[in-house]
Design a protein around this ligand. Sequence first.
Ligand code: GAL
Length: 675
Amino acid sequence: MEFRTDRLLHGGDYNPEQWLDRPDILEKDIEMLKEAGCNAVSLGIFSWSTLEPEEGVFHFEWLEEIIDRLYANGISTILATPSGARPKWLAEKYPEVLRVDESRHRNLFGGRHNHCYTSPVYREKVALINRKLSERFGKHPGVILWHISNEYGGECHCPLCQDAFRGWLRERYQTIDRLNKCWNTTFWSHTYQSFDQVESPSRRGERELHGLNLDWKRFVTERTADFIRHEVEAIRAGGSTLPVTANLMYYFEQLDYFRLAKELDIVSWDNYPIWHKKELIETAYDAGMCHDLMRSLKRKPFFQMESCPSATNWQGVSKLKRPGVLFAQSMQVIAHGGEGALYFQIRQSQGASEKFHGAVIDHYGGTDTRVFREVSEVGAALKSLSELAGSTVNSKVAMLYDWNSQWAMNDSRGPRNDGLHYHEVLLKIYRAFRRRAVDVDLIDMEQELSGYRVLVLPMAYMFKAGFAEKVRAFVENGGVLITTYWSGIADDTDLCYLGGTPYGLMDVLGVRSTEIDGLFDWEKNRFVPVDGNALGLSKEYDCRYLCDLVELRGATPVMTYGSDFYEGYAALTVNRYGEGSAWYVAADADREFYADFIARVLQQNGIEGAVADEIPEGLEITTREKDGVRYYLYQNFGTQPVQIPLPQGAVEAVFGDPQKALKPCGLVVLKGGCK
Ligand code: GAL
């Protein structure tokens, strides 16, 4: 099911069940929503106890009335399934629905996301209410999309989940001997005689078998995906054919979102950047990369399901967004290929733990607030950008974002338990492309590589079977590969490759990694340019944390280390392979290195960004395409107005004035023909 919209969505989570005794407020809310230019709300996310106050007794009339009224006022509903939090009666009557933690204790009732994904009772109760919601609302013209549960996360170690885990392992390994081999269980005498003996990892028990830890994480993702599928099947059984989404989270480590996205028709995510802790542009790159990840999960448009219109109440310090920042944050979603910006939440709750969380309508309840005015500005801008709906980002650069490698690297002991800085490394590389106005996709090992010109593999620790061959073919056919240290180290059961690494790519890269040096936090080494190097690099750059020592097997050194016993060893190399080239970055080099290195690699390969040169610091430029039209979105995350560099060829303005200096937090959108 495709999610298609001819407008950009604007609205947010709305909890009318908290205000059913205040019809005056509910009525006023609709007027205010219209005034703020909202066209969609998410309903029912945590409404189970109002929808089914007693087992088998359903009350949907209040919801229907609200959906009807919203629809009559031009506001669509994104309807949630209520599985994110359960009613007290359910947990009391069927304690098995509550989660068991890794120490094997069952939780008490409370909170949310506190349920077992395996429990047949929980599955039955969720299926029943989902089916009924689908029967009642699945064909309502005001309902446009299903919001499955809320921010899936967490794990359960109950006996039912243990059994399911064993079943999953049986299917994966077939024989216990194979499992023992893949997990290297002879280490510390942890060999299993049968699948029935396997237990989920626990601090009170087994934590040293990295294959077990890794498979448990994969199983948790599979269980969650299976639960989503179960929820969606119930919706389909109720007759609705509407598309489904689930709200994902910021670089959420626990679940492999590439896997989860397969169960969804459109990806959405909850975007809560911590503005004002660093310079705006720093936070903007971080949020922008996450938007790009979310878009890349399905290589399709996505949207922002939640974000705070002012200050959240769960960050260390509840900092207000400075004027204009909400606008910039919302427009950034669109700039990176999003189909709308929604908030948490429309109306602030009066009590309980989110009573001080920012909202479109606060406790005061009027439209004459700064936040309401800024939300309305976003609404007006989204309306005037409607023609961008359905356009896509067409990136020439793909960077690997790999959950499996992160899980395995973070679990392993060495080469640096004091931090591998995976996220920071990706961000440095990402930033270098973005400074050249080059759009970037973040992909996993399964995605198709054709269509990309550059493939970046930062710390691609774990290679899935067949991945090295895929990368080889990419380079052979003319692709540019950039690989860093700590890549191709282990297979996908976390067994280290024998015979040299980066596994399967030593000839493509022309190097073999021999040893890797961990540096203390305060230590540094240097990248020193080789005279007359292929890229014309002439500066020195710092590097830290990890320094890989490579043996050259055909590659040309471009930079070398500047100190220590490995002074003069290659630190950056290039190798021609087939029609393409393969770069190896041996250490965690600094931001300036990546900026210069990537700029030159792009130039050398004739890969152009949206504009010709490096863009002014603070500016973000992204592109979207539709029906032969290319949109250029400029955002200023800097502190000073900037004159924007124009793309080549004729363009016309869709939003803002390209001739005037672009103010901080401002937006200009241009359009021209696709190249
Ligand atoms: C999200 C969650 C919302 C709300 C919000 C507060 O993670 O989905 O229900 O709690 O955080 O920022």
